[in-house]
Design a protein around this ligand. Sequence first.
Ligand code: EPU
Length: 338
Amino acid sequence: MVQEYLNTPLRERNSFGIDARAARLAEFDSAESLCEYLARTPRTTGRTAVIGGGNNILFTGDFDGLLLHPVGRACRIDARGGDRVAVHAEAGLPWDDFVRLCTENGLWGAENLTAIPGTVGAAPVQNIGAYGAEAADIIESVEVIDLNTLKPSIIAAEHCAFGYRESVFKGPLRGRVVITAVNFRLSRTPHPNLGYGALAAETAALGEPSLENITEAVRRIRASKLPDPALIGNAGSFFKNPVVEQALAERLRSRFPEMPSYATADPDRIKIPAGWLIEKAGWKGVTRNRAGVYERQALILVNRGGASGANIIALAEAIIADVQAKFGITIAPEVNIW
Ligand code: EPU
């Protein structure tokens, strides 16, 4: 089934709470109904894009094309024995419901990704990640519909070009396919991933490293640092953590010995937390024209109420320029700007 809305408000459909409208929005509950709808719907004006929970999008104006929104939420866990367990989830399932289904069934691999806002279909697009885990670790394949041919296909994980908050769906396949479901592979064997120090400490305070304790620890850490979009508009991290040349990192470390940094797969390149750079540059807690920098995590821009997309962009641009001037590092948005 497809439910179509014309000239519809988007404020409740994006976690930034930006007041924009979509010329046309269609909610679809299956790949078949989506194809049937697209086949009979002329797409003459504007572009076609997909919106899940709207948790990683900043609208800078009205959307003049067609927005597709998956609402199918079915999730099937392969009941066969063995350690590796296949899980098939439809794109419209809220991500945290998926994580809960996995953990309640004793499946390991998704627990560190507890409480990330958004839908299953959005997870592969930016390869969501937290506390040393990312969606790509458990994704087996992604089911899509090609917007031109209206044919379904399954893209294996090795062809998804997953990287740090990156994938083929943000790159060459952007605007060309609609994700309808994701196939995951989880494990029945416990393998706690507690490399992120604060998670190890919070879990230990709760007891043994069980799925229940790890998910509770993640919930507590997130609640202490990240604003709830139901209460204050935001899209999680607004910027990506920049990866810089080792030489630049060393020059900065001699000026700021306390600067946190992380090794990457490339020994010549170091990841530096953008939140630290933004805080050090003096932006934490600053508000300009109703757009603000969250006071407990400087990586997050918030809508203090009534901010437009342009207000948020103006703040982001001022921060980018200042971080560039102070540290010689260009930070880039992680959020999709529409
Ligand atoms: N830091 C500061 N000031 C700040 C924020 C951070 O000094 O205002 C420092 C922290 O003290 C710490 C370091 O920066 O030493 C890293 O901070 P944190 O562990 O909070 O993580 P992050 O690098 O800021 C990333 C993800 C988050 C994810 C956390 C935990 C990105 C863009 N963000 O943030 O993901 O929850 O790690 O794994 O990679 C998201 O993508 O929306 C998101 C929330």
